[in-house]
Design a protein around this ligand. Structure first.
Ligand SMILES: *Cc1c(COP(=O)(O)O)cnc(C)c1O
Length: 401
């Protein structure tokens, strides 16, 4: 075959895939922030109130966090220089993992490159043929992909439905490991997993519970210790916690926290840990400062929750449906996808950055704008957003008045 023919085949593949995505309404072109990740930033040349980030505590551009990142950069260099298992484990990596384990009140913690790779690493290392996994239907894509790496039998239970979970546990007896997997906080609806009850059901059947706490870390539990702590389960030896350092902590990374043996197994078996370079020093510095900051100063989490309560209450007063959200993730339902995308566009015209989500990211008829309130928003930011919402909601006939 000639090179030209191969190039044509590649081009055909690229353009047919792109056309397919566009026809299905799934084509994405990311908005570009022209200023740092903050409560107010700049998009398309104008200042906007930012309700689209996961920067819950406002740490992504916080001076204390940035200073520590710079200090670690200068003291330890730009990169780790190797995968962690060969020559890339620096003292600062180990120190940060000890700090994280102490913060989370778990025996140990291991940090991986991201929350996504953490699910790949943990699920890929832990599960074997003959094991049974029960996974909430709204669990994150990285859990679904992580499970693809294992030969365990996989069953999906209805969202937060403990009767369905119990039914599946009854119908699929196994002598292997049984793992009940749930997000701590669900990223689209902002609701919290019923962890206390779920762990009880798991225990009835001798199953272990696995919580991906990406949206709960830094948000729920005393000082932001997470959903597992919120339910008082941090000392439970049959609960595995994973999460991200990329959302509330404002930087990047993932962690698994639990028994020392879990950490050792992951060091030996988790493929992202074994075959991909660890975090650069600046990331480690920024993360250590973020965990310190939230413990020194309780006002970040207080402001996060004050803002959350205020924004939710005012949206409901305006007549919007926020779909039972319990956390700073605040969906506003617009019905079908085109309405949500139109609302997002109209909000941006009014200086509000909030992203519309439709099928298949969320169910048909429940297209929405997902807002995430942060500690950094002022009352003025939120009031600006609320009056834009009122106008757009009336214009699209989603609220009366
Ligand atoms: C965002 C998210 C992840 C991915 O975390 P990253 O650190 O961004 O890779 C994993 N799990 C859940 C539940 C998430 O919401």
């Amino acid at each position: 075959m000639t090179t030209a023919l191969q190039a044509t085949r590649l081009q055909d593949r690229l353009s047919s895939e792109l056309t397919r995505l566009k026809d299905a309404g799934l084509f994405i072109s990311p908005r570009v922030l022209e200023a740092p990740q903050r409560a107010r930033t700049r998009i398309l040349g104008r200042e906007v109130v930012n309700l689209a980030s996961n920067n819950y505590l406002g740490f992504a551009d916080h001076p204390f966090v940035k200073e520590r990142a710079a200090a670690y950069l200068h003291a330890w260099g730009a990169g780790a220089g190797a995968v962690r298992t060969i020559a890339g484990t620096l003292q600062i990596h180990e120190d940060f993992e000890a700090q994280l384990a102490a913060f989370k009140h778990t025996g140990s913690a291991l940090v991986l490159q991201s929350g996504f790779t953490t699910n790949q690493g943990v699920l890929g290392s832990l599960l074997q043929d003959g094991d049974l996994v029960l996974s909430d239907e709204l669990n994150h894509a990285s859990i679904i992909d992580g499970l693809r790496l294992s030969k365990a039998t996989k069953k999906v239970f209805k969202h937060k439905d403990l009767n369905d979970l119990r039914r599946l546990l009854q119908e699929h007896p196994t002598s292997g490991l049984k793992l009940v997997i749930t997000d701590g906080v669900f990223s689209m609806d902002g609701d919290i997993a019923p962890l206390g009850e779920m762990v009880k059901v798991a225990r009835e059947f001798g199953a272990v519970t696995y919580v991906d706490d990406a949206h709960g870390s830094g948000v729920l539990g005393e000082q932001g210790r997470g959903t597992v702590h919120h339910f008082g389960l941090q000392h439970a030896e049959d609960v595995i916690q994973v999460g991200t350092l990329s959302k509330a902590w404002g930087v990047v990374g993932g962690y698994a926290a639990g028994h020392q043996d879990l950490r050792e197994l992951l060091i030996n078996k988790a493929r992202p840990f074994l075959f991909s370079t660890g975090h650069p020093p600046a990331v480690v510095g920024a993360l250590s400062a973020a965990i310190e900051l939230v413990q020194q100063d309780s006002s970040f989490i207080e402001r996060l929750w004050d803002n959350t309560r205020y924004f939710k209450r005012e949206l409901q007063t305006l007549g919007f449906d926020i779909f039972g959200s319990e956390t700073p993730i605040t969906p506003v339902i617009f019905g079908e996808a085109p309405a949500a995308f139109e609302a997002s566009r109209l909000l941006l015209e009014r200086g509000i950055f909030a992203v519309g989500l439709g099928f298949p990211t969320v169910p048909k008829g429940l297209a929405r704008i997902r807002n995430i309130v942060t500690a950094e928003h002022t009352r003025d930011d939120l009031d600006t957003a609320l009056s834009a919402y009122a106008e757009v909601g009336r214009q699209l006939g989603v609220i009366g008045g």
